[in-house]
Design a protein around this ligand. Structure first.
Ligand SMILES: [Fe+2]
Ligand SMILES: [Fe+2]
Length: 482
């Protein structure tokens, strides 16, 4: 009988080799957009990549990467993507989807120059052209490059695929506002004791999950936009979005993600029973008023229990409502008579709720905290208020300069963060849309990548100095972001 350790090692090997290849190959692919063929950085990336390819070919005969939906297969075995590697895989998936390439295979030991040819070829492909794979094959043949093959990306009927990114953005926006509509409807229904269309709600959350999987940036961006008017509804939707995005990163299956979204959406449902005068009070609350506010998790759980239509979903939703102020060490509220462990959904929603509540201005808290401070605070409270493992993943996901942050650069330019780098080491170098002031208003300038290096000084072209408060400059971030 083979001993356990060898079996385990063997099982992990495809994940290890596949992950290494995807990381190095996607870095190389990214590199082609930043540097030209003769740049030393490209040679370094090529060398790294060769080290991930050739040993595999020598030991396994070939290296074959295939994408099926959101999954990667390495020599036909599924790669288990770790939470820390998730952003890299996701970015790579997006790059490949754009080019409609779903398979890459190396069947011979390859050298630097042909690999360089291949990767620049891949990088320069048209977006959304179904016959890209044929073009690559022809070009490889023409250049006498053997042992490299690509295949078409396969789609499945139930997948909504958007041909261009503007469509996708529009879809994400639609989902966001439809979801706000749904929350309003539910609240109205509770107040008027009407029955809710559960099927519709479930379908909407499934669409939200799909949208987050394909276009996390737009939805996280929408969640980060500060809006004074409809805090309660926006807050519910944002908590759902942050929860789904976090759940996705730690590998919760798609089916359960929509349940998580529902639980996030209705975590504060108990607040509908709190008088508006107390909820919106700008002065300090007295102890009795606090008591009323603190009752909302219990009232929420009871409200959901009474909504029979939710069926099997209701247990999850009750957890979200009941547990979201309990805290990881159970020192929050409501006070428990018997200790119990928080559910995974409860722990996720706690984090999403806390972050969204602090980052947005409320009636009694006009200026939002800078998210860097909040995330720092959350890390400090890790293990006490929050699940330590989840908080780490969350902080990485939001980044110190989240989407939509208005920033001042060392060039004295101002800009708005439009894309976070998937490499967590480059989290302080996002893509930024420059804005400039002319004819009495702020206008959209070009988008710059803060990783760009100045060829003469060999230093970064631009660096963030600090985050600015958009309200102070009268800038509506949403206009620039979406
Ligand atoms: Fe709450
Ligand atoms: Fe909340």
């Amino acid at each position: 009988m083979p001993d356990k350790t060898t079996i385990q090692d063997h099982e992990h090997l495809p994940t290890k080799l596949g992950t290494e290849f995807v990381i190095k190959f996607s870095r190389l692919l990214k590199g082609t957009t930043l540097y030209d063929r003769k740049n030393v950085n490209i040679d370094r990336l090529i060398k790294d990549c060769l080290q991930a390819i050739n040993p595999v070919i020598k030991s396994e005969g070939h290296l074959f990467i295939k994408i099926v939906r959101d999954n990667f297969f390495f020599n036909n075995i599924k790669i288990n993507v770790g939470a820390d590697k998730y952003p890299i895989f996701k970015a790579f998936l997006q790059e490949m989807r754009k080019r409609r390439i779903g398979e890459i295979e190396f069947s011979k030991v390859i050298e630097g120059e042909p690999l360089k040819d291949f990767v620049y070829l891949l990088s320069g492909l048209e977006e959304n052209n179904e016959s890209n794979y044929l073009y690559v094959e022809k070009q490889l043949e023409y250049r006498d490059i053997e042992g490299v093959e690509v295949g078409k990306l396969e789609y499945f009927r139930d997948e909504e695929i958007f041909v261009d990114s503007e469509d996708l953005k529009r879809y994400s926006k639609e989902i966001y506002f439809k979801t706000i509509g749904l929350v309003k409807e539910v609240v109205d229904n509770i107040n008027n004791q009407k029955v809710l269309n559960v099927r519709k709600a479930k379908r909407l959350m499934q669409n939200a999950v799909n949208a987050i999987m394909q276009d996390e940036a737009t939805l996280l961006g929408l969640a980060n936009i500060k809006n004074y008017d409809e805090y309660t509804f926006n807050h519910s939707v944002n908590v759902a979005i942050y929860s789904i995005a976090l759940g996705q990163r730690i590998g919760i299956p798609k089916k359960h993600l929509s349940h998580l979204g529902m639980a996030g959406l209705f975590h504060d449902i108990g607040k509908t029973k709190i008088p508006k005068e107390i909820l919106n009070k700008t002065e300090k609350l007295d102890p009795e008023e606090w008591e009323v506010i603190r009752a909302h998790p219990v009232i929420g759980a009871e409200t959901i229990m009474r909504m029979k239509e939710w069926g099997e979903l209701s247990t999850r939703m009750i957890d979200g409502a009941f547990e979201h102020h309990l805290r990881y060490d159970l020192k929050g509220y409501p006070k428990l008579s018997r200790k119990r462990k928080l559910s995974l959904f409860g722990r996720i929603i706690t984090i999403a709720d806390f972050y969204d509540a602090l980052v947005r201005p409320r009636v009694y808290n006009r200026f939002p905290y800078v998210s860097e401070k909040i995330l720092g605070f959350m890390l400090e409270r890790s293990g006490k208020d929050f699940d330590p493992a989840l908080v780490k993943v969350f902080v990485n996901m939001i980044g110190i300069f989240p989407l939509g942050t208005l920033v001042l650069l060392n060039t004295n330019e101002m800009g708005i963060v439009t894309q976070i780098q998937e490499d967590s080491e480059q989290i302080d170098r996002p893509k930024v849309c420059l804005i400039y002031y002319s004819d009495g208003e702020y206008r959209k300038g070009k988008i710059v990548d803060l990783r760009e290096i100045d060829e003469t000084t060999k230093d970064y072209k631009r660096t963030i100095v600090k985050a600015l408060d958009p309200n102070e400059y009268n800038i509506n971030v949403a206009e620039f972001l979406i």
